[in-house]
Design a protein. Structure first.
Length: 283
């Protein structure tokens, strides 16, 4: 009963924070202007944005399956892909205390009960981290080519140091705390970089679709930062959090916030459309 109550509270907290974030965004940016930017978006570019986004998810499922096979949970790649999309559906459309990762762990432990629950949790967590590190690295690299660079000295220095030491520190962290997964360290990390690169390409096509290529590196930088923030389990599928990040990031640079919000909304719509397919996949 106590666990269920905590799950309900967590769900309402996520929904509440999402609504507050959206209220903040659309109290500062006209909703009609955002809809207009979306309605005028180039469908040709949006098609490729959708394709590259889903390619990134296919690679993500392969990366996770490498971890599963390493702990003696043998899934064929098609089943692993279906499981991944079902997890996406849970994450986005069912903002409960279970979540997509929780559902995958529950299902796999039920079928492969020879593997300890703790092992499934740890390998899923390590998979998440191996996706987050490339995200942070790309954000650090793009930062130096964006309009954010050379504005706040201490921030520039911090980003330089973080980008330089990020990968060595991740290696050390993995070696100390997840040493048993080191045989697949380089393979999964490489796939993590490929996943984030494909997502960057996807967002670049969205930027092209709304005709904002003039400062595309800055928009990509904000997107990566918003993706890092969206990883935190504090909103429903990152909704509101991405939009707030675009709003204040572009406002700081005195750039057009409307197009940035449109990019965030389109990315969510692509994510939602892709994730919804998970309801039709039997696992």
């Amino acid at each position: 009963m106590e666990i269920k109550s905590k799950s309900i509270i967590k769900t309402f907290f996520k929904i509440g924070l999402t609504l507050i974030a959206l209220y903040v965004v659309f109290s500062k940016v006209h909703l009609s202007h955002v809809f207009q930017a979306i309605s005028q978006a180039n469908l040709f570019y949006l098609f490729f944005a959708f394709i590259f986004f889903n390619l990134s998810k296919i690679i993500s499922s392969i990366r996770l399956n490498i971890y599963f096979k390493f702990i003696d949970v043998h899934l064929d790649n098609l089943y692993a892909l279906k499981l991944y999309y079902v997890g996406m559906f849970y994450n986005l459309f069912l903002p409960s205390g279970i979540g997509g990762d929780g559902y995958k762990i529950y299902l796999l432990h039920k079928i492969h009960n020879h593997v300890k629950l703790k092992t499934l949790v740890s390998v899923t967590f390590q998979d998440r981290i191996s996706g987050l590190i490339p995200l942070l690295f790309f954000a650090g690299i793009l930062f130096f080519f964006s309009d954010f660079y050379n504005r706040i000295f201490w921030l520039d220095v911090l980003i330089v140091l973080a980008t330089i030491f990020l990968l060595p520190l991740f290696y050390l962290y993995s070696f100390l705390f997840f040493k048993k997964y080191m045989p697949v360290f380089y393979k999964t990390l490489s796939l993590g970089f490929l996943v984030q690169f494909l997502q960057i390409v996807s967002v670049f096509f969205i930027i092209c679709a709304v005709n904002q290529t003039e400062y595309y590196i800055t928009l990509l930088t904000i997107f990566l930062i918003s993706s890092v923030v969206a990883v935190l389990p504090i909103s429903v599928g990152g909704v509101g959090i991405r939009e707030v990040t675009f709003l204040y990031g572009l406002n700081f640079l005195n750039l057009n916030e409307t197009s940035g919000i449109a990019i965030a909304v389109i990315f969510f719509l692509i994510t939602a459309l892709s994730s919804f397919s998970g309801i039709f996949m039997k696992v």
